[in-house]
Design a protein. Sequence first.
Length: 285
Amino acid sequence: MNKKWFLVGLIFILLVGVLLSVRALAASKYGLSWWKEAGGGMNGQASRYSLWGTAGPSNPQVSLAGSRTVASGLWGSAARSADLSNLAFSTGALNPAFDPGTFTYTQSVGNAVTSLMIIPVAADPSATITLNGTWLPSAHASKAIDLAVGENIFTLVVTAPDGATVKRYTVTVARAASSNADLRGLVFSTGILTPAFAPGVTGYALYVGEEVTSLTVTPALADSTATIAIDGIPLAPGSSSGPIGLSMGPNTITLVVTGQDRTTTKTYTVTVSRCYQTFLPFIIR
């Protein structure tokens, strides 16, 4: 019997020694200490333990009640962090460069960029992130997001594990308008263009007989967002012009295409020569 109690006492002493060593290590290495508050754990009340560090007395507590643990807070900056540690886009560069303490950014992309993906990284892996209201896991790329021409606003809301600390990051991505002012096709109701049409060629000749007193033009835009005017008269994309009267001799028809950016223009010129039938075979030969 004495030997049994001797072993029990020895084990108890060893356990107490281990606990005291852990407490001493925490205090010396991390500057932490803890204690049970007076009166806790009596009459069915929860025992309350406080955690204190060298940074100061901002010490949220953890309440223990039987087998249930209710965390009312965790001491330490990481546990309350709603910061992003990084914010990357599949294309383009943020302006200014990303910093966790900066919450508003802009980014410019060319017209050819029709979509992008966003990859936010939370400083606290337990924090949650939403992108324009949709949950997005930290360090994961979003699905490809379509970009309209002009401003596209993206709002990332980061919520810390405490559920109360929230930070919002806003990025405005500006997609440039198209500068494409090309035609991809040019058809006349009569006659044959010389040379054959090519988008990069802007000057043409066309010969018709004296019996042709008018003709129509059907241009095809390379970019549907561009606009076109024939001899100064706007023409709806995909439409044909009205009849254009022809005098005997050369007649100049001017087509001006303006890109979506309303700055880039390209002018195509067609000289339509209405000739006497006697001379036409010699001219177009």
